[in-house]
Design a protein around this ligand. Sequence first.
Ligand SMILES: O=C(O)[C@H](O)[C@@H](O)[C@H](O)[C@H](O)COP(=O)(O)O
Length: 256
Amino acid sequence: MSEASVAVHADADLLAQAVAARLVVRLLDAQAERGQASMVLTGGRIAAAVYRAVAVLPARDAVDWSRVDVWWGDERFLPAGDPERNETQARAALLDGLPLDPARVHPMPASDGPTGDDPEAGAAEYAAELARAARPGHAALPHFDVLMLGVGEDGHVASVFPEHPVHHDTRPVSAVRGSPKPPPVRTTLTLPTINTAEEVWLVASGADKARAVGMALAGAGPVQLPAAGAQGVSRTLWLLDRAAAAEVPPRLRSLR
Ligand SMILES: O=C(O)[C@H](O)[C@@H](O)[C@H](O)[C@H](O)COP(=O)(O)O
């Protein structure tokens, strides 16, 4: 697992612009290396700002979007098209304007989808979809070039919440009930699945995130503070605005 590094930007807008630029470069590098690229999306306000920033970035046209796989790290278990779904938000902010191959866009289950209103069946189906995309000879997961995560005030990432039973789920994808952040029923990649990504980027903006960010970087445990347990194979990058970085431990501040 990689050591975390931290980049701090002046405010939320610059943070979103910088993450958008990094994302385009990451996808370009992956395509240069592997002929294709994959990104795992998250939900929340800062993620939506990043997607909007990618949408208007001229360099986005350098990416061959028909060779990009799109996955989600978590989803709210609601009907397809519900405005609260992370998928709906990402499509509106970015995906609908990109020449993606629809077969490479892999939304998490909807409560009115083929697996019905059963989040367990939906999670199992998403695990099966991941397994179908796995590289031959590899574990039941595809290669994730970059996996982005927002960070909750309580330190949750994706829909892995502090002290929640999801921490004991050994499956790659979990159905979450009783989420403290509405809506209560969700689907999420579990932390071990998240941690197979080549790069994990934790993106946080605002003073209400400072405590969770500071504690995660100071070495809190993942059950208490799930963000502390998210790590990329070759890179773990915290992308923060100044307000969210206010409690970053001094030994990491030099990396700003
Ligand atoms: O479904 C969701 O809500 C998310 O995927 C969640 O994990 C989110 O990323 C964080 O709660 C941060 O959200 P904000 O950026 O809005 O604070």
